[in-house]
Design a protein around this ligand. Sequence first.
Ligand code: GDG
Length: 478
Amino acid sequence: MPTHDLVVVANRLPVDAHTEPDGSVRWVTSPGGLVTAMESVMRGVDSGAWVGWAGSPGEAPEPFEADGMQLYPVDLSAEEVRAYYEGFSNGTLWPLYHDVIADPVFHRTWWDTYREVNERFATAAAQVASPGATVWVHDYQLQLVPTMIRTQRPDLRIGFFNHIPFPPFELFAQLPKRNQVLRGLLGADLVGFQRERDALNFLTCVRQLLGHAHSHHDITVPGIGSEPARTVTARAFPISIDTQAVSALAEDPEVIERARELRRELGDPKKVVVGVDRLDYTKGIRHRLKAWGELLNDGAIDPHDAILVQVATPSRERVDAYRQLRDEVELTVGRINGDFAPIGRPAISYMHRSFDRREMTALYRAADVVLVTALRDGMNLVAKEYVASRPDEQGVLVLSEFAGAADELRAAILVNPHDIDELKTAILHALAMPEDEQRTAMQSLRRQVLDNDVQGWAQSFLGELEAKGRPDEPAAAP
Ligand code: GDG
């Protein structure tokens, strides 16, 4: 079995299987931010590996190479997908970690499967890591993996990054098996979060539930038996996007022309307002639609002048709460269009499908306003992508203060999306903002996103992990 100096462990592999007309399977790099980030990091590593699920239940494909990285597929049965992925990950943890916007559901059998599947990922990573290698585990589906890897391979340096919020103590305390989850995470040397308050929530939970003391961001984890105590650091590493790549696409003459064409296709309205989200109840799509519908009803927005374009990318369609959300969103869009759309043109142009990167960038360039109204969001990359797509320094970002991005993108119009009146005022403010004011705000937003890209994020996380020293070495001086 070959071994690797850097091993990334994530629920999904960075590629998707595309079945060709002749039935053969081709692997295509998936477009997500994590993949783009890790690709650039992996390029600097001689032997990088990625352990993850290939996306379909059943027997996993053999390990294969893609973009200079060795990929190790982990197999999941249909029952494991149901209990580990749709169940404990997306039916229990996701709603609980997002402020119980939807009711978390818990079944004991889901937990058993979550543990078994985490063990499988940990074993796969432990088998391919070289002596003293670094393993970087990602996200809420794999919270038990750090300790499981440490038990098998105490020589490894282990990092964990949580892409979603970490809830306050009062909510986390509701989680059955909460202490096991904390102990799982504490197997890492470095636990990264999107926002400082996520890290503080985690530190509080560890203190309250496990009784481990911490000094600032460093937790002292007592050793078992004669083992020495370890120090685990928990702090914020706000994720970002591949700013250069998005900027380059936004400057592409074909993309600029496509943005003009999109506006023509939308009927050349004076204002184009855009929302781009996975169809998820955390994203505040219902609140956004309510505000838009009321503005039309009030006569504050004329549907001949302004259009809302909502891209709702299909997501987790086998989970009940997501099916219900889709029904509600589509009913509301239908009602608003029925009530207000002029003949031959919608008041809301709604798409429940995904688009390629170029089309998304053209849409950002065509947007006078982008609405990010998440009720809770770890970071929200759409906000950063919009900013990076506007080298012309025009456009207005309306951003929920409940998205992690609000800590950095202070020059956006920040809103509490639960307050529909405030949201309506923010939309009207954005629609009326003069060009020079847009420019000032966009310049400030762009400085933030240009100075802090995803490559910097990965380097800073791995740099700090490296600085903590190898488990079998004395800790590096601070
Ligand atoms: C999780 C956390 C955190 C969406 N539709 C299409 C498309 N997208 C792309 C967007 C963006 C990404 O998907 C979505 O990222 P977000 O950050 O907005 O949200 P989550 O999927 O919930 O991600 C989140 C993130 O992890 C990273 O840590 O920011 O808080 O919840 O890049 O552009 N891309 C394409 N077509 C689509 O139709 N090509």
